[in-house]
Design a protein around this ligand. Structure first.
Ligand SMILES: [Mg+2]
Length: 158
């Protein structure tokens, strides 16, 4: 099977995400990554929780958004509204409680986990990296690998 490609947009802030989020009622599901997407790498727990909860509140308030999921592959960090150990990109709609026809938008910093989750779910990927300078070598290497596969899975806009 030749996979169909999904749109990728490079964005630089949550304001950009809000501008691109569908605003027709009846809505989309936004799936956010947490680390280096909503919170800088290694953020203290109280700051991390405030940023994650703030983003959920902000995007849940948009009329075109049915549901906001924050999904990290990392550990639980005392934020009950976040789903930890998320097994991206392999998690399923069923595991996330999503119907087959919900429209999905994924927002994240890593093509290999967040981006491929968007691709598997057939929705656009908004590529948001908030702290490229502060990230660990492993994260940077993973992003480099992600660049190599981008053209296979995504069509670029702007
Ligand atoms: Mg991340």
């Amino acid at each position: 099977m030749i996979p169909r490609r999904v749109p990728i947009h490079n964005v630089s802030s949550l304001d950009d995400v809000a501008a691109l989020a569908p605003n027709d009622p009846g809505g989309s599901v936004l799936i956010f990554d947490a680390d280096n997407t909503l919170a800088p790498q290694g953020a203290p727990l109280d700051q991390f929780a405030a940023l994650v909860n703030g983003a959920i509140d902000r995007f849940e308030a948009l009329s075109g958004v049915d549901r906001v999921i924050v999904l990290t592959n990392g550990p639980e960090r005392g934020v009950p509204r976040m789903t930890a150990r998320g097994n991206k990109p392999w998690t399923t709609r069923r595991r996330l409680g999503l119907s087959r026809d919900s429209r999905i938008v994924v927002i994240g910093d890593q093509v290999l986990t967040d981006g491929l989750l968007a691709w598997r779910m057939g929705g656009p990927f908004l590529h948001l990296v908030i702290d490229e300078d502060g990230e660990a070598a492993r994260q940077a290497a993973m992003r480099g690998l992600g660049k190599l596969v981008t053209a296979l899975f995504f069509r670029r806009h702007r």
